[in-house]
Design a protein around this ligand. Sequence first.
Ligand code: PSV
Ligand code: MN
Length: 391
Amino acid sequence: MDNAVRVTAAKDGLRAQRIETPSWAYANSGTRFKVFAQAGVPRNPREKIADAAVVHRLTGVAPTVALHIPWDRVDDYRELAAYAKDQGVSLGVINSNVFQDDDYKLGSVTNPDPGVRRKAIDHLLACVDIMDATGSRDLKLWFSDGTNYPGQDSIRARQDRLAEALREVYDRLGDDQRMLLEYKLFEPAFYTTDVPDWGTSYAHCIELGPKATVCIDTGHHAPGTNIEFIVAFLLRAGKLGAFDFNSRFYADDDLMVGAADPFQLFRIMHEIVSADALRQDAGIAFMLDQCHNIEAKIPAIIRSVLNVQEATAKALLVDTDALAAAQRSGDVLGANAVLMDAFSSDVRPLLAELRTEMGLDPDPVAAYHREGYAEKIIAERVGGDQAGWGA
Ligand code: PSV
Ligand code: MN
């Protein structure tokens, strides 16, 4: 394939790419030390959706917004979906939340108390009802469940309880609905976590069946973990369902994707592209899961979308023929050079050109600042309670 053909193919891949933004990234967030409120922040799910629609209008590749229940609880989800449609976006993954009630101190679906387990499972089932109303395909499950001290609870019994809960929710899914099981090494539990890694998630998903797949949150690993290996393994097994993209320097930092380690993001996207899994019908949801604690939220989300696009563009520009030839002949340095050439290329002009072809501003961040949306929401969103964690 010559370079011009590769650039055209890369543009096609980029044009078809879809990146989902999270409703909570538009709201106030912080650390356990302090949440710094920002002016103009949404006060309800509709205003979050309106902000997500701006991101989509300027980038052209972010047409869905993920909801988090109960943070985005409304009386009528069909009506919310219709509102989203009017804004030019649609509702995406439903994120369940069984980590913020007092009842969940010792866990949710793995809690030793069957009454608490019932409450948690009922919430997950209610999330499937919401999916029916919004037309969402995916239910995302993340459990903060675990223990802090050796002996606190039976590790094995907790796995049994987890499997039982997952089974009940799995059996409630419709034919076109899926379950995404997210893992996280630690926090808030510090000794054991009930779904700490991709292997645990994968094992449960295999046991459950084809509608259960793994969600990789890039911030949920031990430092130094080779995430692209996990991506490659799960792709091969047909069990990669989604990404929660973000960056981490230390733990679950939830910073902008591509900010801490753009090379890692490129390596991940290279695995995706080489497995031909960028296509929408490959069924992988590419989502952001970020919190913008000190930076302006909407431009940070736009920047994040652009960062994913840049890593994807580089991955699409890899000279696959040269790479395969170098790999076949055992040319270690040659193979590595092919990959590094693609990573080192400046794809910003290509992306700017693509945006112009798509009828977009070539610089979405500049366009955002120019059009005065930030000033408009600061002026309009006065009074009421700003949305944030737990609201
Ligand atoms: C947990 O840390 C997590 O990554 C899950 O995806 C949650 O739903 C999300 O964060 C909430 O911010
Ligand atoms: Mn996540």
